[in-house]
Write a protein that binds this ligand. Structure first.
Ligand SMILES: *Cc1c(COP(=O)(O)O)cnc(C)c1O
Length: 399
């Protein structure tokens, strides 16, 4: 059974085959007009992204990380601010909070959706307001500082993540946020193309950030991202911060910003990919359904709450026999991945927050049991059959 054709985890080559003529046409056009920064493709892409998501403003950015950073900067997040987020995500989500001198306050996740749990969020906000870690585990950087620095943390914003492509519970998150006038950011890096109650992902909070990194559902050939909002004043601030805090005139700088623009060439590539993107989302859904039907009872398959759809950035399952199943798959040339092996509160970079093991037991437990299977729109039926068959055999052997 060994040395069969291996199956790619993500197949960008199959996608490129589909769109090559359009891709070539679009890239050649950029090469001929030569406007490599903020060329016409950038404006065209932003218009199409806003239309697809159903919001007034889409602002393309140099990466998903920068789209998150710029969104926080646009809300004035800084030292003394508590920003609530999940420990079960990619480092970028919490990194941007810390880079601005604000404090990431982690909140445990729902064990079924893997997204931030709104009831835990309420408890964490209360704990920060009352400066009482007996209500909910809090970072302890502030507790032990001398009186002159004993600045009370104040709740400022929430970054909810649509993990693996499934939107978080924004109905409840937005309600909770409203009570304390907290700013809500949707980290939609993995969920572009998903929906919740008839609305598209990236339209579900005050502002959203997505990523066009090659492994994301809509991707370019390098780094890229975008921010989305319905609010005109916020969009204007985001655009200014993206361009070094630009004012009305070219060398008028009215605030601090960053170099956060998307390259024209990447915009051209995204325009070609956006044309087939709705079909790709349909294909991902068909593949996920096939996986789930075959894997029921073998592993714990993903849960999609009614009213939501996911973009299937990852197809992730839970099993106590993770490493055995992964090894069997690997022996058959089938790659898997673990997103994420370590929750953020236990990452060395966040040692200074003084969180400890046991603070977020649900996220910690899921980190030990989760793994992702190959997922891309060009996965064939016989490949899915092969993958699920190997998993069946592997789990039968465990029993
Ligand atoms: C990929 C990702 C990011 C960062 O996006 P980049 O484009 O790589 O900077 C942020 N948050 C989540 C949840 C991601 O998956």
């Amino acid at each position: 059974m060994k040395n069969k054709n291996s199956i790619p985890f993500i197949d960008l080559a199959a996608q490129q085959k589909q769109i090559f003529p359009e891709l070539e046409k679009r890239i050649k056009k950029v090469l001929s007009h030569g406007k490599y920064i903020m060329g016409p493709e950038v404006a065209e892409l932003e218009e199409k992204l806003a239309e697809y998501v159903g919001v007034r403003h889409a602002i393309s950015c140099s990466s998903g990380t920068d789209a998150l950073l710029i969104s926080l900067m646009a809300d004035g997040v800084g030292p003394g601010d508590a920003v609530f987020t999940t420990p079960f995500t990619f480092i970028a989500t919490a990194e941007v909070i810390a880079l601005l001198g604000a404090i990431p306050v982690f909140v445990d996740i729902d064990p079924r959706t893997f997204n931030i749990d709104p009831s835990h969020l309420e408890a964490a906000i209360k704990a920060v307001k009352e400066n009482d870690p007996s209500i909910y585990p809090l970072p302890r950087t502030f507790e032990f500082q001398p009186a002159s620095h004993n600045q009370q943390l104040s709740p400022k914003a929430i970054i909810a993540v649509d993990l693996f492509g499934l939107p978080a519970d924004y109905q409840r998150i937005n309600d909770i946020a409203r009570e304390d006038e907290l700013f809500v950011i949707e980290d939609g890096a993995q969920s572009f193309g998903a929906t919740c109650r008839g609305e598209k992902a990236c339209a579900l909070a005050d502002v959203a950030a997505t990523s066009f990194f090659p492994a994301k559902p809509l991707s370019c050939y390098g780094d890229g991202g975008a921010a989305f909002t319905d609010r005109g004043n916020l969009a204007a601030k985001i655009k200014s911060i993206r361009l070094h805090g630009k004012g009305e005139e070219k060398y008028d700088n009215i605030r601090l910003g960053i170099n956060g623009r998307l390259d024209t060439l990447q915009a051209a590539i995204l325009l070609a990919k956006l044309e087939i993107f709705p079909h790709e989302i349909d294909a991902r859904n068909r593949i996920a359904e096939k996986y789930s039907n075959a894997l029921q009872g073998i592993v714990e398959v993903p849960v999609v709450p009614s009213g939501s759809t996911t973009a299937w950035a990852q197809y992730s399952v839970l099993s106590d026999g993770r490493s055995e199943i992964q090894t069997e798959l690997k022996n058959e040339g089938i790659p898997t991945a673990v997103y994420y092996p370590k929750p953020l509160h236990l990452q060395t970079a966040f040692d200074y927050l003084c969180y400890k093991k046991g603070d977020f037991p649900i996220a910690e437990k899921i980190c030990e049991r989760i793994f992702s299977l190959p997922m891309h729109p060009y996965l064939k039926n016989d490949q899915i059959d092969r993958i699920t068959q190997v998993m069946k055999t592997a789990s039968g052997r465990r029993e």
